[in-house]
Design a protein. Structure first.
Ligand code: SF4
Length: 296
């Protein structure tokens, strides 16, 4: 009998839960509601909310919009978005996660200390172009420097002060590597301060997900391919269990993988809905039952 288990600790973080709840509440009122960008990096959940009436728009469409209601997702937005909303009579339903909001404020404060801004580099360890990172860079009038990986840290000026922050969903390991590199290279005349601003909703899941992935023969990690924390958490699964697969939906499951194994684990990112993992579990159990019938 093949065991199929869903990881209890996988699924939406509180930031995403709150954003979706806000969207659902607004949608039940019957008014038209737009969302600036995908509400969550999961196409299945986006589809579910679309069926409820949520209209997803991009920044270009947002600029052209007038007299409407727009939800801002958990990733947050740069100040420019709020300015446009004001000018275009757009009512904002702000679902920016409080953790992201706090980080935006810290970076803004850092930038506002204008006296030493000329000699100070504000650095964000994050993914270029990611919505949260755009929101953070926006707090500095676009001046913050984004570094995605250790290699890019070399472009910093080590003769000038450095203040390092992190996108909330980056890996702690990667952040520590960057900190170590800067410490080693910073000139004695310059100062270096770093702030670990990684969200514990992601970091705390790592030890658990490693344990979970190691306990099964086969892992299906359910996540949208664009999800940052999905990539990080899936990477942790792969480290301990090379028989791990990143899937967006049950259609991506290769049934051949189910042969000859005794336990399957299903887990996911902070943007993965529980209902989707349950749907995948039901599908796998059905496939196992069909193949058992064929054998007997
Ligand atoms: S991962 Fe953390 S910061 Fe990001 S939305 Fe979830 S709770 Fe907020």
């Amino acid at each position: 009998m093949i065991k199929v288990e869903i990881d209890e600790e996988s699924g939406f973080c509180f930031g995403v839960v709150t954003a979706i709840k806000k969207a659902e509440e607004e949608l039940t009122s019957g008014e038209t509601l737009y969302c600036l960008g995908d509400i969550v990096h999961n196409s299945k959940e986006v589809e579910r909310l679309k069926e409820m009436g949520l209209i997803t728009i991009n920044h270009e469409e947002f600029r052209r919009l007038r007299n409407a209601k727009v939800l801002l997702r958990a990733h947050g937005e740069p100040p420019e978005t709020y300015t446009i909303a004001k000018e275009n009579n757009i009512e904002i339903i702000d679902a920016t996660c409080p953790v992201v909001l706090r980080l935006q404020k810290r970076i803004k404060q850092e930038y506002k200390q204008k006296d030493d801004i000329q000699k100070k580099q504000i650095v964000i360890y994050g993914k270029n172009g990611h919505a949260e990172v755009l929101g953070l860079v926006g707090q500095t009038d676009g001046k913050a420097i984004v570094v995605e990986k250790l290699d890019e840290v070399k472009k910093l000026d080590f003769n000038r002060d450095i203040r390092l922050y992190s996108q909330t969903t980056k890996s702690l390991e990667g952040f520590q590597e960057i900190v170590a590199y800067i410490k080693e290279h910073i000139s004695p005349e310059a100062t270096f301060e770093f702030y670990d601003t990684i969200c514990r909703q992601v970091a705390n899941r790592m030890p658990n997900i490693r344990k979970f992935a190691a306990a099964h023969d086969l892992i299906f990690f359910v996540s949208g391919k664009k999800s940052s924390n999905g990539k990080v958490l899936f990477g942790e699964c792969l480290k301990v269990n090379p028989n791990s697969y990143l899937i967006d939906s049950r259609e991506e499951i290769d049934n051949k993988l189910l042969n000859g194994i005794s336990s399957i684990g299903i887990c996911g990112a902070t943007s993965t809905p529980k209902w989707l993992m349950e749907e995948i579990s039901r599908y796998i159990k059905k496939q196992i039952a069909i193949s058992d019938e064929e054998i007997h």
